[in-house]
Design a protein around this ligand. Structure first.
Ligand code: TYD
Length: 230
């Protein structure tokens, strides 16, 4: 009976199961092909640049079109803004936040959005969460205020997944070889706490991983994480 009904409405059971297998395959292919936007975050010395590179290489090795970029920078204007920001000149917190947002707006308009629209994956070393952690929390501008500024700048384009590498702050500070020990340990700890706060605020997007593990182990955790949410 069931077979006859199935024949009448949708063809034979065998044909129906073939069709559903084809449909499943098409959905899987669409999911695999859907461009993914992944950002890496963490305090300086957390190893995120290495992990961003390893993921981009892995995706390219799987045959994906991949655009790897970084912040601040990634465009001609962005690189000039980067020089201004990293030259060490004192600037007010809002001037700093606005410059980071300007570089980000340019990167989204010229690189990230066009790449995603043509179906390429985008892997970005730092993005909006850097501003939320450094300017919003560590420099005291407030997460909501910095989020508002950036929301407009990026036209609402948030990453599909943000990988946050958590490392022991003092070790990360040592790795970068920056400044006076006490001062830098304090700053790194404040930034570490800022990032942990963000991970709690945006649990659906930010995935915190133990960045103190060997780089190949971290890289495989990153791949597992992305596969689990494909
Ligand atoms: P960079 O040399 O690129 O360091 P890293 O390799 O750690 O990314 O310097 C970028 C610095 O700018 C870094 O200290 C973090 C900071 N930053 C902000 O304060 N706000 C931001 O929005 C971004 C993107 C970076």
């Amino acid at each position: 009976m069931l077979g006859a009904r199935s024949n009448h409405l949708t063809g034979s059971p065998a044909r129906a199961s073939e069709r559903s297998a084809r449909r499943r395959a098409a959905v899987t292919a669409a999911l695999c092909l859907a461009a993914v936007f992944v950002t890496f975050e963490g305090i300086d010395g957390s190893g995120k640049t290495t992990q961003a590179r390893l993921l981009a290489e892995h995706l390219a090795g799987e045959g994906h079109d991949v655009v790897a970029t970084r912040e601040p920078g990634g465009t001609a204007l962005g690189e000039r803004v980067r020089e201004l920001l990293l030259a060490g000149e004192e600037m007010s917190p809002w001037a700093e936040a606005a410059l980071f947002a300007a570089a980000r707006a340019e990167l989204v308009a010229r690189v990230i959005r066009p790449a995603l629209e043509r179906g390429a994956d985008v892997v970005c070393d730092r993005y909006i969460d850097s501003s939320l952690a450094y300017q919003g929390i560590a420099r005291g501008l407030g997460v909501d205020a910095v989020l508002d500024l950036n929301r407009e700048a990026i036209g609402g384009l948030l990453p599909d997944r943000t990988i946050l590498l958590l490392v022991e702050p003092a070790r990360a500070a040592m790795r970068t070889g920056a400044g006076d020990r006490i001062e830098r340990d304090g700053l790194w700890t404040a930034l570490d706490l800022a990032y942990r706060e963000l991970a709690e605020l945006f649990p659906e997007r930010i995935v915190a991983l133990d960045g103190d593990r060997p780089p190949d182990v971290v890289a495989s955790l990153v791949r597992q994480e992305l596969a689990a949410h494909a």
